[in-house]
Design a protein around this ligand. Structure first.
Ligand code: GUN
Length: 291
């Protein structure tokens, strides 16, 4: 069993981006600039956005963090996005999800300029991705592909089972794994809350992507020997023994599943670390394409 070390791979991706950014600066060009919008005070969102801003600093990118209170109106938020769309100094825009109930995520995503949509959530980017055209690929699926590529994991002809059909992870990764690319050519089954015989389907999987957001859902009896298991879950579970009062749990029961696997991602230090590296790659690309 080999651990897919997201921290290590993310570090190599980030070092490459830092070098490229240093070169841009030496050539007198401006570094990539990411604008992040955070609404409210959701603990996990705060952590993610802080980490994105910190990583920008590490790589020599410019970053702008824009905060709104939970009560912000949809119009105010959309107006700020339009401003950032027009701002020539900004290369990438992300609005951290989830958003409060009064704001339509769909409207927010559709308002971000597709050229600055480094999250890859805009319908224009999703459409291009589905057609195999160059597009911003959502950061978590992109991060998974980078991990598979780094560890040279064969995907061609494999049966991949994706548990979860979210727009952010499950649906895009299921498409990407099925495409005719070096990290694709899988036969893909997408499972969700209405899937029957989930255990039987998982037992047929060479690759399982667990992205349903239920801590320790995937257990050893659902995984065949030699499988590759990618754990996208990252749920805060109350734990009085921890300093922060919670532990981070993946969607996979790691202790029992890991011994059966050829490869498995840990939580933390797996997919999560890769997500930010992939976002930074998209932001660099946005800067290059715009300038
Ligand atoms: N919320 C959970 N994952 C993501 C992500 O990748 N991007 C944004 N903007 N919000 C998220």
């Amino acid at each position: 069993m080999q651990i897919l070390d997201g921290k290590l791979v993310a570090q190599t991706v980030k070092e490459d981006l830092k070098q490229k950014t240093d070169i841009l600066k030496r050539e007198g060009k401006k570094p990539p600039h990411l604008a992040a919008i955070l609404v409210g005070h959701n603990g996990a969102s705060e952590t993610y956005v802080a980490s994105k801003v910190r990583t920008c600093e590490e790589l020599g990118y410019q970053s702008t963090l824009i905060r709104f209170e939970t009560e912000v109106t949809e119009d105010e938020l959309l107006q700020k996005i339009r401003e950032l769309n027009q701002d020539d100094g900004v290369d990438g825009i992300l609005v951290q999800l989830p958003l409060p109930a009064q704001i339509s995520e769909e409207k927010v995503i559709n308002t971000i300029s597709a050229q600055k949509d480094v999250d890859g959530f805009h319908p224009a980017n999703i459409g291009k991705m589905i057609q195999g055209q160059p597009a911003y690929i959502p950061a978590t699926p992109y991060g998974i592909l980078l991990l598979l590529e780094y560890y040279k994991i064969e995907t061609k002809g494999k049966h991949a089972v994706v548990i979860g059909r979210s727009n952010i992870v499950g649906r895009p990764i299921s498409i990407l794994l099925s495409q005719n690319t070096p990290t694709g050519n899988c036969t893909v089954t997408i499972c969700h809350s209405h899937t029957r015989n989930l255990k039987d389907i998982c037992l047929q999987a060479d690759i399982i992507v667990a992205a349903l957001g239920k801590p320790e859902f995937l257990t050893a009896d659902m995984v065949k020997d030699g499988a590759v298991v990618i754990d996208v879950g990252i749920t805060r579970v109350p734990d009085a023994g921890k300093k922060k009062g919670y532990a981070l749990k993946g969607d996979v029961h790691f202790e029992t599943v890991a011994p059966k696997c050829n490869y498995i991602t840990p939580v933390p230090g797996g997919v999560g670390a890769m997500t930010i590296a992939a976002l930074m790659k998209n932001t660099y690309l946005a800067a290059i394409q715009r300038n």
